[in-house]
Design a protein around this ligand. Structure first.
Ligand SMILES: *Cc1c(COP(=O)(O)O)cnc(C)c1O
Length: 389
């Protein structure tokens, strides 16, 4: 049976070149990068090279890149670290209603510890408007955190404009760029952000590696206490092979950015056109423009997303409902809720994300299977008859 992976926003396969670069760091250059002899120094050189490559991808200085264990850690660190460092200045944080749980749950934690959080509304396509942010900033606001690209509906936020608003008020700005990295061109200097979170496994690198960009001179408390790694800001022996893999993935992402974007956009638009032409009662959620190049978020009337997902899985096709994180809890998506999608439509929603290994033949196969699945499920659906499909 054909296997088609359409969940690139949940994670990506690791590219062969990346694995090839990583392997020697398990077997030959296995030293501790803090050690002063040969194999340790080789490991340290691997880290340095990776730091250069990640820095280059976002136009940062190498001294501004701090490796973490994942994107989630980078998000936790920046929120808790800035909140702690600036608690005497103020205890108010601003974020949006459509952030990843790595941000939202950390904000909830901070609320339990005396901080106040404002969750900004978004419009029907998921955009945060600069004026909305401007109105929400207070005397005691210390940090604004708005994601670059939404993981469910693909909205690409106007980060440069939003960061400028924060700057006007002298407030620090963070962006969770985990879905943006490798999918949009990122230049931290041009964007004017103070902090930016990244993850390797969303850009064809290994799982369990992330990084935080900390603009020079930024004050932030340490999150992991221990040794002097990462310029004394993030303790713990580095995941050397993983970081090397992140570096290689970053280099490939930079070299192939245009190609990746045009390939993904073409497939995404082709796929949507086929769905829209062949299946009635569908709705595309999220923006038409300024959208993640590989993201389609589609609501199918009168059927359950879970049922579609399971039947697609039976045909070797991997997709996710609303978001990977909420599919297990069966909770309705906070993102679809924020853009005004009704509960019934939400229940029939599937997220398809294409990537570098997706082909036109994959999309043709998936469309054929999808048409049959939707037909079958609707034939079984109790509300279907009244509408006369
Ligand atoms: C995947 C993701 C994260 C979490 O990154 P991990 O490396 O999996 O911890 C954070 N934010 C967004 C927007 C994501 O898509």
């Amino acid at each position: 049976m054909r296997q088609v992976y359409l969940d690139y926003s949940a994670t990506t396969p690791v590219k062969e070149e990346v694995v090839k670069d990583m392997l020697p760091y398990y077997t030959n250059f296995y030293g501790n990068p803090s050690s002063l002899y040969g194999v340790g120094i080789e490991a340290k050189e691997g880290l340095d090279k990776a730091r250069e490559r990640v820095a280059e991808l976002i136009n940062a200085d190498v001294r501004e890149i701090f490796f973490t264990s994942c994107g989630t850690e980078a998000d936790n660190w920046v929120l808790e670290g800035v909140a702690d460092a600036l608690k005497n200045k103020g205890k108010h944080i601003i974020t949006s209603k459509i952030e990843h749980h790595a941000i939202l749950h950390t904000c909830e934690y901070l609320e339990k510890h005396g901080f106040e959080v404002t969750y900004l509304d978004v419009d029907g396509e998921g955009f945060v408007h600069p004026e909305t942010l401007d109105k929400a900033i207070r005397e005691d606001t210390v940090l604004v955190s708005i994601m670059m690209v939404n993981n469910e509906i693909g909205t690409i936020q106007p980060i440069k404009e939003l960061a400028a608003v924060a700057k006007t008020h002298g407030v620090l700005f963070h962006t969770d760029a985990v879905q943006g990295l490798g999918n949009v061109a990122i230049d931290v200097k041009d964007l004017g952000v103070d902090f930016l979170s990244m993850s390797a496994h969303k850009i064809y690198g290994p799982k369990g590696v992330g990084a935080l960009y900390l603009r020079k001179g930024m004050r932030i408390s340490t999150f992991m206490h221990g040794g002097a790694q990462e310029n004394k800001k993030r303790a713990g022996t580095e995941n050397v092979a993983g970081i090397v893999g992140f570096g290689k993935a970053a280099q490939l992402a930079e070299e192939h950015l245009e190609e990746h974007i045009s390939h993904s956009c073409w497939l995404r638009d082709y796929f949507w056109q086929k769905i829209d032409e062949n299946i009635q009662g569908v709705q595309l959620n999220g923006p038409k423009e300024n959208r993640h190049p590989g993201n389609l978020n589609v609501s199918f009337d009168y059927i359950e997303g879970e049922a579609i997902l399971l039947m697609l899985d039976n045909s070797g096709i991997a997709v996710s409902t609303g978001s990977a994180c909420s599919s297990k809890s069966l909770a309705p998506s906070h993102v679809l809720d924020a853009i005004g999608v009704s509960i019934t439509k939400m229940n029939g929603t599937i997220r398809f994300t294409v990537g570098d290994f997706t082909t036109k033949e994959d999309i043709d196969y998936v469309t054929d299977v999808l048409i049959k699945i939707v037909e079958r499920l609707r034939a079984l659906s109790p509300v279907n008859g009244q509408k006369g499909w």
